[in-house]
Design a protein around this ligand. Structure first.
Ligand code: THU
Length: 132
């Protein structure tokens, strides 16, 4: 298991790959699985704006598509966010699918960070159990 700072560092590196010709808002994410495997992602925008993929979902899509559904923690960083780079609602819901106990390490551009639980950020969520 990486330290919060190490996972955040991976998110910072991933933010450099962001494809953001429209918003110019770079985001990087690093997802750590329960076995310690880490997947990173950046936001990837599209000229058809709605086709944009957030950094968190890029990282999670990489993890799940390589056989890792056991997501444990995610770090999120944007060099362009004065405040904490909070995940959007779609990304929160996407996380919920895999682990409603997920921990989120979210930083400001200056590197200051706070830790939240997904349950704090998306209370009373619609989860896979809701379908049972
Ligand atoms: N973005 C993310 O990558 N993650 C979020 O959770 C919030 C928004 C991206 C999408 C878009 O490329 C840019 O930030 C501005 O909305």
């Amino acid at each position: 298991m990486l330290t919060n700072e190490q996972l955040l560092q991976k998110a910072m590196e991933a933010a450099k790959f962001a494809h953001v010709p429209y918003s110019k808002f770079h985001v990087g994410a690093a997802v750590e699985c329960k076995d310690g495997t880490v997947f990173t992602g950046c936001n990837i925008e599209n000229s058809s704006y709605g086709a944009t993929c957030c950094a968190e979902r890029t990282a999670m899509l990489k993890a799940v598509s390589e056989g890792h559904k056991d997501l444990a923690r995610v770090a999120i960083y944007s060099p362009d966010s004065e405040g904490y780079a909070m995940p959007c609602g779609i990304c929160r819901q996407f996380m919920t699918e895999f682990n409603y106990d997920m921990e989120l390490i979210i930083a400001k551009a200056n590197g200051e960070y706070k830790v939240w639980s997904l349950k704090q950020l998306l209370p009373e969520a619609f989860t896979p159990e809701s379908l049972l």
